[in-house]
Design a protein around this ligand. Structure first.
Ligand code: TXA
Ligand code: MG
Length: 339
């Protein structure tokens, strides 16, 4: 049985206590963060963490992020805390930034997918922080079945996990919409493993140039250090096609594609930052922040409306645009059309 705990109107300490107790007992509790919903369990409880992998259908070598509520919790998880980690944490936590550091023995290998590093972040959501404070550091991947778009509404979690986890805290829509930026600080030079809700430009202002892992921009390449990158990701049932290029040309190309697919009898969905004529349309908003916030919701929603193909407008790869394009390209399985 799954209990849905309504906290849409804000934090409720009495309900948080109940949910915190479930975590301590080794149960699975989905909860909102500012980025996406997470599927949480006690990060130091092997058995509980194993259930996360089972529930998601997640490959055992794809490590989880451990969520903390105080900087001091980091000392219980990481063996070494380099200067850059202190600087970044000071500046951006709580927030959509995950740091990969050498792990302590206390952190089970199940949690870290067998790696000797641990990914840690302090989420900027009052419900997430309260839940951690009421329990323990919480391991939580995005609360979606492996391969599906990440959940930005409790309804998405209900769709994927109702009846299969103990509780879902409904805190309303998440506001960043893409997952946290992952920076590896365990090796020689700071390296971006996943672009996300904190723009790379912001990070570089503070610690200087960050290397970009080769898998971030293009197709998956090698992947011992970033195992998450080699799997199919973010995909709705309908195939996704991304159209990239200069704005005017993109418009023309999308119109062309809509006409082409419709003539073949497909029901066509379009997600874009301006209106299009199609069988189904999802408006992503104006700014790149809007697009990030609406991206996963659009993919799930167009699927729900039963389209046969989704055509998505690309955005510029600046600021949050880097994360948006990373997710969109993966969602499309790299079906990219350049206008
Ligand atoms: O915003 C977020 O990060 C959300 C919310 C719930 O906090 N969580 C999330 O978790 O997106 P997940 O499991 O969907 O993605 C975690 C990413 C994966 O790409 C994984 O490979 C990487 O972080 N990761 C975790 N631990 C790692 C480690 N020790 N070394 C390298 N990459 C790691
Ligand atoms: Mg995920």
């Amino acid at each position: 049985m799954t209990i849905v705990i309504n906290m849409r109107d804000g934090l409720d300490e009495r309900k948080i206590k109940v949910a915190g107790r479930l975590i301590i007992e080794g149960k699975l509790v989905a909860f909102p963060t500012e980025t996406v919903y997470g599927l949480g369990a006690d990060a130091l409880n092997e058995k509980a963490v194993r259930r996360i992998f089972e529930a998601k259908g997640r490959p055992a070598d794809n490590p989880l992020i451990v969520h903390i509520a105080e900087f001091d919790d980091l000392k219980k998880l990481a063996r070494e805390i380099p200067e850059e980690a202190k600087i970044l944490a000071e500046k951006f936590w709580p927030g959509p930034l995950t740091l990969v550091l050498p792990k302590r023995d206390e952190v089970p290998l199940v949690t870290t997918g067998g790696l000797d590093t641990v990914a840690v972040r302090m989420p900027a959501h009052p419900i997430a922080l309260a839940l951690i404070r009421a329990s323990t550091p919480i391991a939580a991947p995005s609360a979606n079945i492996s391969g599906k778009p990440s959940p930005t509404l409790a309804e998405h979690v209900v769709d994927d996990f109702y009846g299969r986890i103990e509780a879902i805290i409904d805190g309303g829509p998440t506001w960043v919409g893409v997952e946290s930026t992952v920076i590896d600080l365990s090796s020689e030079r700071p390296t971006l493993l996943r672009p996300g809700g904190l723009p790379l430009e912001e990070i570089e202002k503070v610690i200087g140039t960050v290397e970009i892992h080769p898998a971030v921009k293009g197709k998956a390449v090698d992947l011992a250090r970033a195992p998450g990158m080699k799997y199919r990701h973010y995909s709705p049932n309908a195939p996704v096609i991304v159209v990239e290029g200069p704005r005017e040309k993109v418009r023309e190309k999308i119109e062309e594609l809509v006409a082409e697919y419709r003539s073949k009898g497909y029901r066509v969905g379009v997600m874009a930052t301006e209106e299009f004529e199609a069988d189904e349309f999802f408006y992503l908003g104006k700014t790149v922040e809007d697009v990030a916030r609406n991206l996963f919701r659009a993919l799930r929603e167009l699927d729900r409306r039963g389209v046969d193909v989704i055509i998505a407008e690309g955005v510029e790869e600046r600021g949050l645009g880097l994360a948006v394009m990373n997710r969109l390209r993966k969602a499309s399985g790299y079906r990219i059309i350049r206008a």
